[in-house]
Design a protein around this ligand. Sequence first.
Ligand code: H2U
Ligand code: ZN
Length: 339
Amino acid sequence: MSDSPHRRFNPLTNEWVLVSPQRTKRPWLGQVEEKKKIDLPYYDPECSLCPGNTRASGNVNPAYKDTFVFDNDFSALLPESSLAKSAGQHELLREEPETGYCKVVCFSPRHDLTLPDMSIEEVELVLATWTNESEALGAREDISYVQVFENKGAMMGCSNPHPHSQIWANSTIPNEPAKELASQTEYLRQHGKPLLLDYAKLELESGERLVAANEDFIAVVPFWAVWPFEVMVTATRPLHRLADCDAKAKKNLAAIMLDVTKCYDRLFSVSFPYSMGFHQAPYDGKAHPEWVLHSHFYPPLLRSATVRKFMVGYELMAMPQRDITAESAAKVLRDLVIK
Ligand code: H2U
Ligand code: ZN
């Protein structure tokens, strides 16, 4: 692998990333900080997500025992929009109504847990909840796309440590999945095979960017990763959405999510912050043979529990840039996966 500056292409988004491996002689400078263990209570009377507590809206959470779903009290999308699709607007000043639904999904009644602290059965239950909610929202006439995501840690703007995720469902397909849809559609047209299945095959053959693998999924630091320890989990067979996973695939997906999040926590001896989300095939009423179910983990940390990567100057003005290569990052993470 070249040690000189180069750029790598992300075939899912059609964007390039600048890689400057010469800037780090070693993949990871090994600055280890004291583990700042924040002892959270099992139940926090002030937490808006704990069982039995009252939320900002005045609604009271039930005494839930496993997962719990509610409509976001501060939804970014609403089922109705008063904005009319106006004709005659200038092409430089376009606006359109956007409608949808926002949900919050609590993983557990336990305030002090995070995904990697949970058992595989508990993670499977979270997957089942995401699946059911996605299918219910996706079945609606007014929905074209369902985004499941988790912001973890204050560094990623997460407002509350209580383990939870969100689901936003839109009437249109948002930017990132729209780019992925175009690329995957074009790749299938040209090659007759889904882009991500071909990519997964390459990664399984080479192994150099692999973090974990099982019969249905691989976790890799993608060739085109932007964030230092970015990981993509992708299916290795034609699964389009969470709902396409049978019991075995669901177990394997839960297992690989635990592999990834546990090795993340070991990396800098800290509860590892990230934004994670699933990219499922759009729910726009069309068949999606091009689409392969996958998730992206975007963690901000670079060298320690406190040294983060900023996407600033050059990244904002020109293109994303990274120092450590995807291969170096993958090796560090792979060595931290418990076999
Ligand atoms: P984060 O995952 O970014 O922390 O967001 C939590 C969501 O929970 C946030 O979108 C919602 C916020 O609107 N929320 C409620 O719906 N009710 C509350 O009482 C607190 C938080
Ligand atoms: Zn709580």
